[in-house]
Design a protein around this ligand. Structure first.
Ligand code: OOG
Length: 248
């Protein structure tokens, strides 16, 4: 039997001590459903410490990311309020962070099924996600990355806009004023709204309701870029404005 709590302990310690661990699959029998059980155990511990759920993140919704990470299935993770980054992010608390541009949906009413997803969107924005795999070398198999909450570490959201078509938003990620990644939101399953529906489907399958006020990060449209201490990052979405963060 796979010891879900022991695996959650290992991931929790890696994050707390800012020290990566070997992949869980190197020594444990871990399938994807059990990996989600580990993910949810780690999130339950965060909630027990007073953190509140703030939304969900989708992963591997673009070909660029699947190729970069060598996996081939859409995954999801849970976000808490403690993961929201301000204008600054404390890089010393992160192991080997990477940053990527995101399209973000704001949920306005409860979503219990994919059919309810589109109409529940209150606003859209450009955003970023900072990933930080708890595994050595940022290297993992699909069950490993699922257990590790899809590498979620921090996120930020730009100015909110009324719901609109976000199927082809030009995205630019600049580091210290220089372009590091460009792409289109069309890379996210052809339209980020498909990622939102997938989030609703995966949440429903886990008995989780998407709540008003939650954000859904639709997944990156580009590969993720290493985030070095001192770097200033600006992510712009055509027509959606920009969001900035500095790693300190
Ligand atoms: C996993 C998370 C992938 C995305 O947008 O595809 C992800 C990782 O690459 O570490 O968030």
């Amino acid at each position: 039997m796979t010891d879900v709590n022991a695996l959650a302990d290992a991931l929790e310690a890696a994050e707390r001590d800012v020290r990566p661990i070997p992949r869980l699959t190197d020594s444990a029998d871990l399938d994807v459903p059990t990996a989600y059980a580990v993910q949810h155990a780690v999130i339950e511990r965060r909630r027990a410490r007073g953190e509140r759920l703030a939304g969900v993140k989708m992963g591997f919704t673009s070909r660029a990311k699947m190729l970069q990470m060598g996996v081939d299935d859409v995954i999801w993770g849970l976000l808490t309020d403690a993961m929201a980054a301000g204008p600054d992010v404390d890089a010393a608390r992160l192991i080997h962070p990477r940053i990527e541009p995101e399209i973000v949906f704001l949920i306005g009413r409860e979503v219990r099924s994919p059919a309810e997803a589109d109409a529940a969107v209150d606003a859209v924005a450009v955003g970023y996600e900072i990933l930080d795999s708890r595994y050595e070398g940022f290297s993992f198999t699909l069950p490993d990355v699922v257990a590790d909450n899809a590498s979620a570490a921090r996120f930020g959201v730009g100015p909110w806009h009324r719901p609109r078509d976000v199927s082809n938003v030009g995205l630019l990620l600049e580091i210290d004023g220089r372009p590091a990644q460009t792409g289109s939101s069309a890379a996210i399953l052809g339209d980020p709204v498909r990622s939102l529906r997938a989030a609703a489907r995966l949440a429903a399958a886990s008995g989780i309701t998407l709540e008003p006020g939650w954000v859904v990060l639709a997944g990156a449209a580009t590969a993720a870029v290493p985030l070095a201490a001192g770097a200033h990052v600006r992510v712009t979405g055509a027509g959606l404005g920009a969001v900035e963060v500095t790693a300190r």
